[in-house]
Design a protein around this ligand. Structure first.
Ligand code: ADP
Length: 272
């Protein structure tokens, strides 16, 4: 692999081992930037941050897409209120669903008859599914594709790292994760694969009093600064627990969410 590898095999002449792992892009997809969103474990808000990243960039006029790679815990379709009836095949490729604001979405629960049905597939099938979401879906012209990665640093996330031409990743953590080894594993995985880490987000960091706006750090003092310094990571945000975000996500209306902290977060991701 070239020292300057940007994982864009189409523009590179080098014959390297990395090339064989990359899944081919659908002939009718033109995707400018692919950003993976990772976390050490489930439940820290990885899918919520993936959704908000797409919402923010779409609001700025970019064409965005979300590939829901969290095959066993898919939540993106529900968060945007899209359903399986919205996807179809044109005989050659799958046409993804579109949110109200036009974000293209592909997720396993758009393919299941019952979206509550648990997905109990083994690793190679999970990884194969994500590659198919990349290769068999006609994404069209996309400025930013956000990939909601499977949680952890096991076999499936590793395969995705190798299969998709990721331009960078965002690490999502919770205050509790920051005191464990989980962040270092995600950092090591990305650095071993030569994928730039765009930054780290601490989600569910605090709650804010609706009356006096005081921030209450329910999990104690944050370790974000220390961890960012230790691994040389850019801090993208320290985001609060906000019940309005949960409610809008549950109603499939995350695109309606706005808040002061989201405005600040939007500025932090301008360089993407
Ligand atoms: P993950 O993808 O890491 O498993 P999710 O994004 O699905 O996590 O979040 C788990 C739950 O927590 C969801 O119900 C989501 O709406 C909620 N949630 C995530 N982040 C926040 C937040 N900052 N404030 C309030 N609820 C949140």
């Amino acid at each position: 692999m070239s020292q300057d590898c940007n994982h864009d095999c189409q523009s590179c002449q080098e014959d390297c081992q990395e090339r064989s792992f990359l899944a081919p892009m659908n002939k009718d997809s033109h995707i400018k930037k692919v950003i993976g969103v990772v976390s050490g474990k489930g439940g820290v808000g990885k899918s919520s941050i993936t959704s908000l990243l797409a919402v923010l960039k779409q609001r700025q006029g970019y064409q965005c897409a979300i590939l829901d790679g969290d095959i066993t815990g898919p939540s993106i379709a529900k968060t945007f209120g899209v359903e399986g009836t919205q996807i179809y095949s044109n005989g050659e490729s799958i046409i993804p669903a579109k949110s109200l604001e036009g974000i293209r979405i592909m997720s396993t629960n758009l393919l299941l008859n019952d979206s509550e049905e648990p997905v109990v597939w083994r690793g190679p099938i999970l990884a194969g599914m994500i590659k198919q979401f990349w290769s068999d879906v006609q994404w069209g012209d996309v400025d930013y594709m956000f990939v909601d990665m499977p949680p952890g640093t096991g076999d499936v996330p590793l395969t995705i790292f190798q299969s998709l031409p990721l331009d960078g990743i965002v690490i999502v953590t919770s205050p509790q994760e920051l005191v464990s080894m989980i962040v270092s594993k995600a950092v090591n995985m990305a650095r071993t694969m030569n994928i730039p880490i765009l930054g780290i987000v601490e989600n569910m960091s605090y709650v804010q009093c609706p009356d006096c706006e005081k921030k209450i750090f329910v999990f104690g003092k944050s370790h974000l600064q220390d961890v960012a310094k230790k691994y040389d990571l850019h801090i993208l945000g320290q985001l609060p627990l906000d019940s309005e975000l949960t409610q809008l996500s549950d109603m499939g209306m995350i695109e309606n969410y706005s808040s002061k902290w989201l405005d600040a977060f939007e500025k932090e991701i301008e360089f993407f």
